[in-house]
Design a protein around this ligand. Structure first.
Ligand code: SF4
Ligand code: SF4
Length: 178
């Protein structure tokens, strides 16, 4: 795989410049009635795997600076055990339930950038919330979550390069309806 651009200013500019191409992709996929979600998701995962492997998140950390991180009771419990502090202390100091409830979630980490970020590294990597482990998550239902993914192209080099590669392959006719 050729070296991928990871400079965040460059990624922001490229994402803006390619926004129309990403939106066209979204309309193309929504119109492909003969392509089920499962094979589309498999295609997307095959595109995403080498790109995710080629980009070193420890040199970036932009998602940890930029995004809301939703958490579950299990995440809070794991944090309490990992940091050796009482669960109610984790909830009081780090978790906002009110804001999360507006989105139908149990909790969201209070601080943005994340309070556990040290430089570009997660200081609680072993105990990090499940939503951090999954990010960036392309499947299931890539076709129906693509609108949100397009917003992510401006902040995450992995998302930008995965969507760009999918645009390229769809234009090349690699994705076929049954
Ligand atoms: S918990 Fe760790 S991985 Fe998750 S946002 Fe915070 S610093 Fe990033
Ligand atoms: S997931 Fe994306 S935004 Fe987050 S650290 Fe990795 S490349 Fe950067």
């Amino acid at each position: 795989m050729p070296e991928l651009i990871t400079d965040l200013d460059a990624i922001r500019r490229l994402a803006l410049a390619n926004r129309d191409a990403f939106e066209i992709l979204r309309h193309q996929l929504e119109a492909m009635d003969g392509l089920d979600d499962a094979p589309l998701d498999a295609f997307v995962e095959a595109v995403a795997a080498p790109i995710s492997a080629a980009i070193d998140c420890t040199q970036c950390g932009n998602c940890c600076r930029s995004l809301h991180v939703y958490v579950t009771p299990a995440d809070a419990q794991r944090l309490a055990e990992g940091l050796h502090v009482p669960l109610d202390s984790i909830e009081t100091n780090y978790i906002d339930h009110e804001t999360a409830a507006d989105e139908g979630e149990w909790g969201v980490l209070r601080a943005r950038p994340c309070a556990f970020l040290r430089g570009k590294l997660c200081s609680i990597y072993q105990q990090r919330p499940d939503s951090c482990r999954r990010y960036p998550q392309f499947t299931p239902d890539f076709r129906w979550t693509l609108a949100d993914m397009i917003n992510g192209t401006a902040l995450c080099p992995i998302i930008y390069h995965v969507l760009s590669e999918i645009v390229h392959r769809v234009d090349a006719g690699e994705l076929k309806e049954a």
